[in-house]
Design a protein around this ligand. Structure first.
Ligand SMILES: [Zn+2]
Length: 338
């Protein structure tokens, strides 16, 4: 409910000192929309889905997923103010030679460096593109809802025809994924699958035009096209030199080859193709749970192979460093080419 309505309906239960602390309007000067809160006082937020503060937060989230350096909260807010950004995907359409600096007080050299980084990291599969948009309530559900499509029009046609029931079905398939992980989003965490499906649906409808508009500025990798190689990998802790962050590694890998795509998953299962870990080439890397899990999978696999029990689907999962992984991708491309 809106905070100003709350003060009328529930005001008698609280002291006026406390009520005075609750702002009626968004504290962002650029917005000043009414604030809203949950009835049990667990959260208070701006009611405007396009509040400049929220847009700036999503811009920051996009830049951090891409591993873009030199772009923190101050620059994100300045970018939003300067261009009146209502859709965070506008970062992909920014061109310094046409638009000038990326924000007030940022010089053109830094702006160009930021632009160059974005340009080198704007290839995505459709579901990754939806995930990177950082829409409310849509993070890991992007894979389940968009993973079967290369075309946003086709994906939306299915979503709109099937509605909330369709989303529920798609999410139910992945029941085992912890809710917390599914909803590592900016907003609240609905615990019920129907409410989650509803929130996801509303968000996808509300931001449909954002996704449609932004897609012109990025390259969508068609994973369902013939001849496309898809690998599944998990990264553990640090991936190894020369990559400082996982985000940097992800974006680099998926911008190297047109007909190869690596799905980076967050948790280890027996079906992944590789585990990328700095420790495969550097002795001081921490042995993580993921590494121990894959090692034990590999032990089991060896035993099962020795006793002739291993099935076709079972395989050893190589544990390799980032640079070894890049070498493997290069080999696969060469083999395909020759
Ligand atoms: Zn606001």
């Amino acid at each position: 409910m809106l905070v100003r309505d709350f003060k009328v309906s529930d005001g008698l239960r609280y002291t006026s000192d406390f009520l005075d602390l609750l702002p009626d309007k968004c504290l962002d000067e650029r917005c000043q929309s009414p604030t809203e809160m949950t009835e049990i006082l667990t959260s208070l937020r701006c009611s405007n889905p396009r509040c400049p503060t929220k847009i700036a937060q999503r811009v920051i989230a996009i830049m951090s997923m891409l591993g873009v350096k030199d772009f923190g909260p101050a620059r994100a807010n300045s970018f939003v103010s300067k261009f009146g950004v209502k859709n965070p995907l506008a970062v992909f359409g920014y061109v310094p030679s046409d638009d000038g600096a990326i924000g007030e007080g940022v010089n053109i050299d830094i702006s160009t460096r930021i632009y160059d980084q974005i340009q080198s990291k704007k290839s995505f599969t459709l579901w990754e593109y939806v995930r990177v948009a950082n829409l409310p309530f849509i993070q890991t559900s992007a894979l389940h809802l968009f993973g079967d499509f290369d075309s946003i029009e086709e994906a939306y046609a299915k979503l709109e025809a099937g509605g909330i029931g369709y989303i529920k079905n798609k999410l139910n398939i992945k029941k085992s994924t912890p809710v917390k992980q599914q909803f590592a989003d900016i907003d609240v965490e609905p615990e019920d699958i129907s409410i989650r499906a509803l929130k996801i649906y509303e968000s996808l409808v509300a931001f449909k035009s954002d996704l449609y508009w932004g897609i012109q500025f990025v390259d969508i990798i068609p994973t369902h096209k013939e001849g496309m190689v898809t690998l599944r990998a998990v990264c553990s802790d640090q991936v190894g030199t020369p990559f400082k962050t996982k985000a940097d590694f992800y974006a680099t890998v998926n911008n190297l080859y047109k007909d190869m795509h690596v799905e980076f998953l967050s948790s280890v299962t027996k079906s992944i193709d590789y585990l990328v870990w700095a420790g495969a080439s550097e002795s001081d890397a921490r042995v993580t749970n993921k590494v121990m899990k894959v090692r034990s999978y590999n032990e089991t696999y060896k035993e099962r192979t020795a006793s002739g029990k291993a099935t076709q689907e079972e395989h050893e999962i190589p544990i390799i460093s980032a640079s070894m992984f890049l070498g493997i991708l290069q080999d696969i491309t060469k083999r395909k080419g020759g």
